[in-house]
Design a binder for this molecule. Structure first.
Ligand code: SF4
Length: 207
């Protein structure tokens, strides 16, 4: 694998064993009901955005327009490809003096795994579009539409992402053993629980 889907930064923080199961063992599992619901909501938001959209511009043209006319332009489902990572940004606000990168999540608490995913979008965006503006990483509750966390993307955040990328690549290339989470409550809501040998060992001991 040359480039990593950005959502794996989230998986690596939640439980590295998920990455081992999917990318080393090649196990595919069906999307959960929650994932399907999330997809439906994302599609509805995208449809709503398209209805309201006044311009169809490339990201670079939108950045230039926002700068020149001192206006804020909003885009959704923006594909990004950086040096190591690729994915789709849920929503982006191009402002004359900063760029806000938003990830819509079902929760109202900014878990570190979610923050790291947004830092991944920021890094890929910065590498692709070579912008010098401050990037604001942001998590929004997809139902209430309230911003639950925001932070200016920094060099420290880049290092966090690089460290994660290194670990993911080592797991996928089988140079490193994936560490299963030690928080067994995570296992109970994991989409891999029916195929995970760690789950079976942990929960059969309790029967
Ligand atoms: S069931 Fe637990 S150990 Fe297995 S992949 Fe999921 S979170 Fe990790």
């Amino acid at each position: 694998m040359k480039k990593i889907p950005i959502h794996l930064l989230n998986s690596q923080t939640y439980c590295e064993y998920q990455i081992y199961l999917e990318y080393v063992k090649g196990i595919k599992v069906k999307p959960t009901l929650e994932m399907n619901k999330g997809r439906e909501i994302h599609n509805a938001l995208e449809k709503e955005h398209k209805k309201k959209a006044k311009f169809k511009l490339s990201v670079m043209d939108a950045i230039k327009k926002s700068q020149k006319e001192k206006i804020t332009l909003v885009g959704r489902e923006i594909p990004v490809t950086g040096n190591y990572l690729y994915g789709f940004i849920d929503e982006i606000h191009l402002m004359p003096d900063q760029i806000v990168i938003i990830d819509d999540k079902p929760n109202s608490y900014p878990f570190f795994a979610n923050k790291k995913q947004v830092f991944g979008y920021c890094l890929a965006f910065e590498e692709q579009f070579k912008t010098n503006f401050p990037l604001i990483a942001c998590i929004r509750n997809r139902d209430s539409k309230k911003i639950v966390w925001k932070e200016t993307f920094s060099e420290n955040h880049k290092d966090i992402v690089f460290e994660s990328v290194k670990r993911i690549l080592r797991i996928i290339n089988q140079n490193k053993k994936a560490e299963p989470t030690n928080k067994i409550n995570k296992c109970k809501s994991c989409r891999f629980r029916n195929v995970c040998d760690i789950y079976k060992i942990r929960f059969s001991k309790r029967d």
